[in-house]
Design a protein around this ligand. Structure first.
Ligand code: ATP
Ligand code: MG
Length: 377
């Protein structure tokens, strides 16, 4: 068993920086867990704690069935791959792959056998006698992975291993990493600040902010049911649009914000009883860009609609993003972008400076408490 458990882990650095506050996280045996969050939220610190390169200020770290707080890195049987590959430039790929084993006094024949086996898995067979200077970024990355794999550790810790690569190679290696994990089935913690990487690689994704865990869930659950406004804004591209709105009732429920007013579907109130407590009060509403469409002008349909002045039109091929000035948002819980985006059909014709009528699928709208940022209902 090589599950990894962090239990109420707290990390304060000597200079007073609070990198992690009460982090509890369980990575089951064989799982691919992604840690994601903005720069400085404590991802690398969490990984270094698991690797044994830092000690927690309080709390416990468990690998398998033992607490490893006092165990030095080399006894933890896990391999860490850093953002900078850290290959030895004067050694060949074969020597780089076998280096960890040499330190462990594994005989040369066995070293070669394992290095060659890993090279086959990673498609590095033809490069074994080359030095890192003569490899592409992607090949170096694979050697760095290979060096971790040769040791056959219980778990892998990967800290932004793809961040030095160009976009195309990132996508290729992302797929390779996923395949590799399926084949090896080793417990893996993967750190990234890229939400697309998190969503495509993670079986579970842990979203962090300011040293605190926000939510751990399967990627689609994070997207569909974010627990708070931060997670809602972090997962999804372009990000969810937010505004401060007043929740009112006349014929049915409606939200009023800026110059807009959107009726909510009639069944809405009964589906979310918690919302009724906010009647006559402020809420933060969230609308995903993909829940807009260009209105078809069919008055009989009684759609919820917003009339906006187009600022920017971004044609993406299959879809078009219409960008317009954001309605007011009064909160510090999520960053203000100043604009909203609506993702509509590529057939929509629109230009900056023009007005456009957008319909909104209000059944897919999100609501958050303006004080705590927690999802309502
Ligand atoms: N050795 C250290 N001494 C003091 N403060 C540190 C140390 N290492 C990290 N920190 C601080 O702890 C916080 C978390 O840092 P960490 O490197 O874990 O963030 P991160 O999420 O990996 O960010 P990034 O995405 O930029 O790599 C930051 O505020 C950072 O300045
Ligand atoms: Mg980091």
């Amino acid at each position: 068993m090589s599950n990894i458990v962090l239990n109420s882990v707290h990390k304060r650095f000597p200079n007073g920086a609070e990198a992690l506050t009460d982090l509890s996280l369980e990575v089951p045996d064989g799982q691919f867990m992604v840690l994601v969050g903005p720069s400085g939220c404590g991802k690398t610190t969490a990984l270094r704690l698991v690797a044994g390169l830092e000690r927690p200020s309080s709390g416990t770290i468990q690998i398998g069935d033992r607490v490893v707080n006092e165990l030095p890195p080399k006894s933890r049987d896990i391999a860490m791959v850093f953002q900078s590959y850290g290959l030895y430039p004067h050694m060949t790929v074969r020597e780089n792959l076998g280096f960890g084993l040499r330190l462990r006094k594994v005989p040369r024949k066995e070293r070669d056998r394992r290095a060659e086996a890993v090279a086959r898995v990673l498609g590095l067979e033809d490069l074994l006698e080359r030095r890192p200077g003569a490899l592409s970024g992607g090949q170096r990355q694979r050697v760095a992975m290979g060096r971790a794999m040769v040791r056959e550790p219980q778990a892998f810790l990967l800290d932004e291993p793809l961040s030095n690569l160009d976009a195309k190679l990132r996508v290729e290696l992302r797929a390779e990493l996923a395949t590799l994990h399926q084949r090896l089935g080793r417990t893996t913690i993967y750190v990234t600040h890229d939400q697309v990487e998190a969503m495509t690689l993670g079986q579970q994704v842990a979203v962090m902010k300011d040293g605190q865990l926000q939510q751990v869930d399967a990627p689609q659950a994070l997207y569909e049911e974010p627990v708070n406004v931060f997670v809602a804004g972090f997962i999804g591209s372009p990000p969810m649009n937010f505004a401060t709105a007043e929740l009112i009732r006349d014929s049915g429920l409606a939200v009023v914000f800026g110059s807009h007013r959107l009726e909510l579907p009639s069944e809405f109130g009964s589906g979310r009883p918690a919302l009724s407590r906010y009647l006559g009060k402020h809420v933060i509403i969230g609308i995903r860009p993909s829940d807009f469409a260009a209105a078809n002008g069919d008055q009989a349909q009684q759609q919820a609609e917003m009339n906006v002045d187009v600022a920017v039109v971004e044609a993406l091929g299959a879809e078009t993003d219409i960008v317009f000035a954001a309605p007011p948002l009064e909160t510090e819980l999520v960053s203000h972008r100043g604009v909203w985006a609506a993702r509509v059909s590529h057939q929509t014709r629109s230009a900056p400076g023009e007005a456009i009528c957008l319909s909104v699928d209000t059944s897919a709208m999100y609501f958050f408490d303006p004080q705590t940022g927690k999802a309502i209902g």
